[in-house]
Structure formats: structure tokens, C-alpha cells
Design a protein around this ligand. Structure first.
Ligand SMILES: [Fe+2]
Length: 246
């Protein structure tokens, strides 16, 4: 007969029932973990592109970037790059590879895949390169490097804005690390500094979908608002530190 144990409050319990409860709980938890890690769909989905949530509310960047712009830009445009990229990735040599490898590897070899993978990479970071109440003080080591390589923070801002203004048609302007130095550049469409042997640490989307609702044709005003009021310098600094280690 199963032994019993009287608790301090007078209730009677059987140790076997406690052990059974522990065993069932442990089994279901272990079973749950094994399903998560062995589920083939889960494994495939982590290797394909997926749309991240914005790291802030849709109206968090007003008045510099509106809810309407972010809803269209994130929910429609970025989602399209994710979906098209996943379709074009299927059956290629880059299926299952990390995103940076897909971007660099497909450049000049598979234009459709490159355009969408490049834009996915660019937008993943673009959302994080901005924050509410952005701009302001640049972390010390990065600020010193900007001053050393461009002369002053204001000079850097001038070069960055000028790169964005002079990018003809759709594209991006960049701050990147190349051969240990900071460089400002511009690229068309979905291109980025990765394919030119540099590590991007800040980029601004100058496709019209990024500013036309809020600024119409005033791209210089959008770029100035971006650099003065939106940039998340902590994230730029994080990418700067990572780039120095590569
Ligand atoms: Fe965009």
C-alpha cells in the first residue's frame, strides 16, 4: 500500500503523487523543448528572412517621421523585401546562410535576390539606427574618431547629408568603417558598404518611401532631421565597436 505523509497543516499526501506530478511536469517541459528545437519548420524559419517589430511605437518618431510613413515603410515595403527575398532564396546556394553572406555572395550574381536581401539587411538596421529623442551626444570614442577622420562632427554631418542629397534616385547614404578609417559614401537601390569591403555603422534610407509623406520633395530637410533628431548613436557606437573587431 502506498505510504502517506501528514503535512504540518494536517492534510495527508502521498509522496508518490508528488513524484508523479514532478515527473509529468518535467516530461512535458522537456517534451516542449525538444519540439521547439527539433521542429523542422522552426529550424527553416530561423534561417530565412523575417520582419522584426519596430523597436518603438509607430508614432514615437513624430514630428520627424510620422506614423503613416512608418506603417507603410515597415509594414509594406520592408515586408515585401522579406517575402520576395524568401521566395528568391529558395533553391539557391545561399539558402540557410547568414544574411550578410547572402548579401555579399549574391551581389553581381543574382540581382533579384541581392536587391531584396540587401534591402532586408539595410532596413533591419535602419529601424535601430533611429530612436525617439535621437541625435545629440555621440559616445566618446566614436566622436573622437569622427573628429579625427572628418575634422569635426559638423563636417561629418555635412558630408553625410551631402551624400544623401546627391544620391541620384533611390538609395542610401552611409557612415562605414573601411581599413580602420571612417568613410562616408552613397549607394544606389539596395546596395550597401558590405559589398564594397566596408562595415556600415550608420545608414539613411533616401528612397522616396522613407520621406515623401512627411517631407514631399525636401530630401535635404529629411536628412537634416534624421542626423540631428533621430539617430540612435548608442546603436551606431555598438556597430562601430563590432566593426573594429572584424
Ligand atoms: Fe526603405
Amino acid at each position: 500500500m502506498m505510504s502517506q505523509h501528514r503535512l504540518a497543516d494536517g492534510r495527508v499526501t502521498r509522496p508518490g503523487s508528488i513524484n508523479l506530478f514532478k515527473k509529468v511536469f518535467a516530461m512535458s517541459f522537456t517534451d516542449h523543448l525538444s519540439k521547439v528545437f527539433s521542429n523542422p519548420f522552426k529550424r527553416v524559419s530561423t534561417m530565412s528572412f523575417s520582419l522584426p517589430d519596430l523597436p518603438y511605437a509607430y508614432d514615437a518618431l513624430t514630428p520627424y517621421m510620422s506614423r503613416e510613413t512608418l506603417e507603410y515603410h515597415h509594414d509594406k515595403h520592408h515586408l515585401a523585401y522579406v517575402n520576395n527575398g524568401n521566395n528568391l532564396l529558395k533553391g539557391t546556394e545561399w539558402e540557410g546562410k547568414p544574411l550578410e553572406q547572402v548579401v555579399v555572395g549574391s551581389f553581381g550574381k543574382n540581382t533579384g535576390l541581392f536587391n531584396n536581401a540587401g534591402q532586408h539587411y539595410n532596413h533591419l538596421h535602419f529601424w535601430k539606427w533611429m530612436k525617439p529623442n535621437g541625435g545629440g551626444k555621440i559616445p566618446g570614442r566614436l566622436e573622437s574618431k569622427i573628429i579625427a577622420d572628418f575634422g569635426s562632427v559638423d563636417k561629418f554631418k555635412e558630408f553625410f547629408i551631402q551624400a544623401g542629397v546627391t544620391q541620384f534616385g533611390s538609395g542610401w547614404c552611409w557612415l562605414a568603417v573601411k581599413d580602420g578609417a571612417l568613410v562616408v559614401s552613397k549607394t544606389p537601390n539596395g546596395e550597401n558598404p558590405l559589398v564594397h569591403g566596408a562595415q556600415p555603422i550608420l545608414g539613411c534610407d533616401v528612397w522616396e518611401h522613407s520621406y515623401y509623406i512627411d517631407y514631399r520633395n525636401r530630401r535635404p530637410d529629411y536628412l537634416k532631421a534624421f542626423i540631428d533628431n533621430l539617430v540612435n548613436w548608442d546603436y551606431v557606437d555598438e556597430m562601430f565597436e563590432a566593426a573594429l573587431k572584424k
